[in-house]
Design a protein around this ligand. Structure first.
Ligand code: AMP
Length: 443
């Protein structure tokens, strides 16, 4: 299957080709024709699946081929995102896809001055990416009208609810024209999300895809509990014991990268580091040397490693766990590719137990722990499992599972009401207010 066979117009095909997208990802293959056909969509897909292009590309095509020109202070498509970072990221992608189209795009979010945003909206914008709070502020200040809205996208809907945006979403819902297309994307499907979807969507097509690398069965993953201050020592010990040859190591911060590289180099180990403070050329050089095996250990932050073409490594080490659980999947996806086996080892200290728990929930597995002799931590790492429960004290009996919502990070498996007991039993964080604006018409 190609993007052309999905019925995309030439300017979009050109943009995708320039980005190196050759084949549609599963979510794109399902979403693009459905959106082009005007359907509402309820998609269980998270970052890394290509979901952004899945909704943005067909949406841009519809805006190009259908509907009147945008008028002052209006928007024709609205993409709601939970955070400023995601809004920026989504907008950057949308702008790339729209490069050869006669459409305008813009992103608005809180934490920065509202005035430039108001100015920019004066002429109207075809595609607006927004966080909920700032969108409402702009609307209330009459800087924004939604009567021209054709398409609404709720991106990472579960995170919006988790971050407490349910009131804002209810307010926005009241501002929307009834005749529109609505696309909802969420990594997880708790009862709250289902309620939201029931109110916002009409006869939606349901799509479920697993994240690209989560099923990395070829990657052997385990955790070594250790005290924070002994991580570097443990790393060197494991490296020597396992005779590691080429290892990509992830550290949380720039300082963390530098400190580990200094320590390794001080021991005569051939190591280099990449992080956002280093120029792109320096990063690329370090990477090239790593690929050519001139450098044995490459230490990186998530941000620096993103977008770098590091493929198929025998071993990935999480010196620190990532703050965002999805990054764990991106990290370990660097190994075990194309049928090769790989190893992913995480050095975990007591402080990181919540991150470990989030990763186990996301990947739906309890990671095996292997204690390393002479490195047993003084600060015990509490027990965790894939249900997201962190057992604070040893031997505390676990609560029996009850049926309930899917919870924060259960990876969006679609469940019917009869199935919910099979899902991790995490209570929904908040209630979604009931929207009382009556049924709406399909576009
Ligand atoms: P997303 O899940 O939308 O955050 O996308 C994850 C990453 O995959 C982004 O870096 C995209 O640029 C990239 N991507 C999306 N679709 C494709 C595709 N069809 N082929 C190659 N890369 C893609």
């Amino acid at each position: 299957m190609t993007f052309a066979t999905l019925g995309l117009i030439e300017p979009l095909l050109r943009a995708l080709e320039a980005l190196g997208y050759q084949t549609p990802t599963p979510v794109q293959a399902q979403a693009i024709p459905a959106v082009l056909a005007g359907r509402d969509l309820m998609a269980a897909a998270q970052t890394g699946t290509g979901k952004t292009a899945g909704f943005a590309v067909p949406l841009l095509q519809l805006l190009t081929l259908e509907g009147p020109k945008v008028t002052a202070n209006s928007v024709r498509a609205l993409i709601l995102c939970p955070t400023r970072e995601l809004a920026e990221q989504v907008h950057a992608s949308v702008a790339q896809y729209a490069e050869h189209l006669p459409l305008t795009t813009y992103a608005v979010y809180g934490g920065v001055s509202i005035n430039p945003q108001m100015m920019k909206l004066r002429k109207g914008v075809d595609v607006l990416v927004a966080t909920p709070g700032r969108l409402i502020d702009l609307f209330r200040q009459n800087a924004l009208k939604l009567n021209q809205l054709q398409t609404l996208v709720l991106d990472e809907a579960d995170r919006m609810l988790d971050l407490g945006f349910s009131e804002e979403l209810a307010n926005i819902y009241r501002m929307l024209p009834k005749k529109r297309q609505t696309l909802l994307f969420s990594a997880t499907f708790s009862d709250d999300i289902r309620l939201l979807a029931g109110q916002m969507l009409i006869d939606p097509l349901s799509i479920e895809v697993s994240p690209r690398n989560v099923a990395a069965n070829t990657v052997k993953q385990w955790v070594v509990p250790v005290d924070k201050k002994r991580k570097a020592e443990l790393f060197v010990h494991l490296m020597r014991k396992g005779k590691w040859k080429q290892v990509l190591v992830f550290a949380k911060t720039r300082n963390g990268v530098d400190a580990l590289v200094d320590k390794l180099q001080g021991l005569g180990i051939n190591a280099d580091g990449i992080h956002g403070d280093k120029p792109q050329a320096t990063r690329q050089r370090a990477l090239d040397r790593f690929k050519a095996s001139d450098v044995q250990i490459l230490v990186a932050t998530d941000v620096a490693a993103r977008g770098l073409d590091i493929e198929d490594l025998p071993m990935v080490v999480n010196f620190d766990l990532p703050i965002v659980a999805e990054d764990y999947i991106h990290r370990i996806g660097r190994t075990g590719r194309a049928g090769n086996t790989g190893e992913a080892i995480s050095l975990v200290c007591a402080d990181e137990v919540n991150m470990l728990s989030a990763i186990e929930m996301l990947t739906r597995q309890t990671l095996t722990r292997k204690m390393e002799q002479d490195f047993e931590p003084e600060h015990r790492v509490p027990d965790t499992d894939a249900s997201g429960q962190v057992v604070k004290k040893p031997k505390k009996p676990k609560k029996p599972k009850t049926s309930g919502g899917g919870g924060k990070r259960n990876l969006g498996k679609w469940v019917e009401s009869g199935d919910v007991a099979a899902e991790p039993s995490i209570k929904p964080v908040r209630k979604v207010p009931v929207f009382n604006t009556g049924p709406r018409k399909k576009k």
